[in-house]
Design a binder for this molecule. Structure first.
Ligand code: PHE
Length: 452
């Protein structure tokens, strides 16, 4: 019933920018630079690119093909593949519903920092306790989170073409320009050259098998895999676009921005710390504690900081709209709701659920799940267990149960499919093993048995 009037992206550019918008997010900015610097600079980057071209390529291609072939939102799509596999669709949508609220809490922090930097509060933001004090207040972070979700919802009200595509076509090019500008600025800082060398020259003495695992996990998260997004966006893709080529372009975008983000952050941190790589950390600590100090030490740091947080905000927004869209499309189709009602319901749900991870740093900070705060637990469970699990199940389903021909016919329907042999081999044998390796490695890392 949905098929006839299903919304579509207007063409290749719209699709690629929207999918790249989903892929480029906090992961590119707050984890890739850290991993790249830690695991041997160019060595890590090289391994990351190889993994993206093989492992990531296989998973993304599969998801997009499932969406486009079935022209259904994830639950219906998986059900169409095999009547017993609808649960995978439900599972992936639930994962999106877990990620959206806590991703929005972080989005709210980004808006707050943008506001602080834009209004001359840099000095204050660069103090040691500013971040921890801020997130432990109850009301304010919830209000900014609400604003972040609201902006996403307003974009989504506009629909696939008028909302997601239009926003991506504006935000993504601006994001690229800002990242290039900031990377260029970093280059001019005294001492930055050592940071560039540290980041780009391959140093295999800093590389290890842990670097491979870190690259796998990072790439997986960065490409927004295993959670209904690429299936949903694929279902809005025109039949005559070549999926393989689009995936290549999305990967170039995602990896390119990750490398540029590293070129902006690593040299700046080196310049600030006098060349000490241990000043680099990953996650919220980098973005909300270290970098504000780095900006405060730079000429024109206030403006640079404001530009940086604007860039992060754009990256996070295009990711959160993809997450919400995956849920919205499923809700619309399952409950036969008009899109606008679904947008409203999903936004409200995410806001209400998002209060828990936000309060987890303040009022509810005594709540610990497996020793983790609520937000950290949601992040851990979704990124490192549920997303890889969703992908692993998808590979087993397509590779072994219904057989790859189902998606191959879709992949070949719009021109030649060049890497067919590689694709089938990765899908059946390698990708399921890699996804399980990610789960195991990050469980060991989170519980401090190993350090990634
Ligand atoms: N790919 C996004 C990033 O790199 C994060 C994300 C994961 C977005 C999953 C949507 C879904 O930050």
């Amino acid at each position: 019933m949905e098929n006839r009037k299903r919304s579509q992206f207007s063409g290749k550019l719209g699709f690629v920018l929207a999918a790249a918008g989903s892929a480029v997010g906090l992961g590119n900015i707050w984890r890739f630079p850290y991993y790249a610097a830690k695991y041997g600079g160019g060595a890590f980057i090289l391994v990351y690119i190889i993994l993206a071209l093989t492992f990531g390529y296989t998973l993304m291609t599969t998801e997009i093909a499932i969406g486009r072939k079935t022209r259904l939102s994830p639950i219906g799509a998986y059900k169409k593949l095999n009547s017993k596999s609808a649960f995978i669709g439900v599972f992936t949508v639930v994962v999106a519903a877990i990620i959206t609220p806590y991703y929005s809490v972080i989005g709210g922090w980004v808006i707050k920092y943008l506001a602080v930097f834009a209004t001359g509060g840099m000095k204050e933001a660069a103090t040691d306790t500013f971040f921890s004090n801020y997130i432990s207040t109850s009301a304010e972070p919830i209000i900014w989170m609400g604003l972040f979700i609201l902006i996403g919802a307003v974009i989504l009200f506009g629909g696939v073409k008028g909302g997601i595509e239009r926003a991506s076509k504006i935000l993504m090019p601006v994001l690229v320009l800002l990242t290039i500008f900031l990377a260029g600025y970093s280059f001019t800082l005294p001492g930055a050259l050592d940071g560039f060398k540290y980041l780009l020259i391959p140093d295999f003495s800093r590389f290890s098998i842990m670097g491979v695992v870190a690259a796998m996990g990072q790439m997986f998260y960065s490409m927004s895999l295993g959670m209904a997004i690429m299936v949903t966006y694929g279902s809005y893709m025109k039949k005559d676009e070549n999926i393989e080529k689009c995936v290549g372009q999305i990967e170039i975008f995602d990896t390119g921005i990750a490398i540029l983000a590293a070129m902006m952050i690593v040299p700046a941190v080196f310049a600030f710390s006098g060349g000490d790589p241990s000043a680099l950390n990953a996650g919220p600590g980098l973005m909300f504690i270290t970098l504000p100090k780095v900006f405060a030490s730079m000429p024109m740091g206030g403006a640079i900081g404001a530009i940086f947080f604007a860039l992060v905000l754009f990256a996070a927004l295009t990711s959160v709209i993809s997450l919400m869209e995956a849920i919205i499309s499923a809700v619309c189709d399952q409950f036969k709701l008009p899109r606008k009602n679904a947008v409203f319901m999903v936004a409200l749900l995410c806001f209400v659920v998002g209060m828990a991870p936000s309060l987890g740093f303040g009022l509810w900070d005594s709540v610990q799940i497996f020793g983790l705060q609520i937000l950290d637990f949601m992040d851990f469970a979704s990124n490192y267990i549920l997303m890889p699990l969703g992908s692993c199940l998808t590979c087993i389903l397509v590779g072994w149960m219904i057989k790859p021909d189902f998606v191959l016919s879709e992949l070949k329907s719009s021109g030649e499919f060049r890497r067919e042999k590689l694709y089938v081999f990765m899908l059946k044998y390698i990708a399921p093993v890699f996804t399980i390796a990610i789960m195991i490695a990050y469980i060991l890392d989170t519980f401090k048995i190993i350090k990634l």
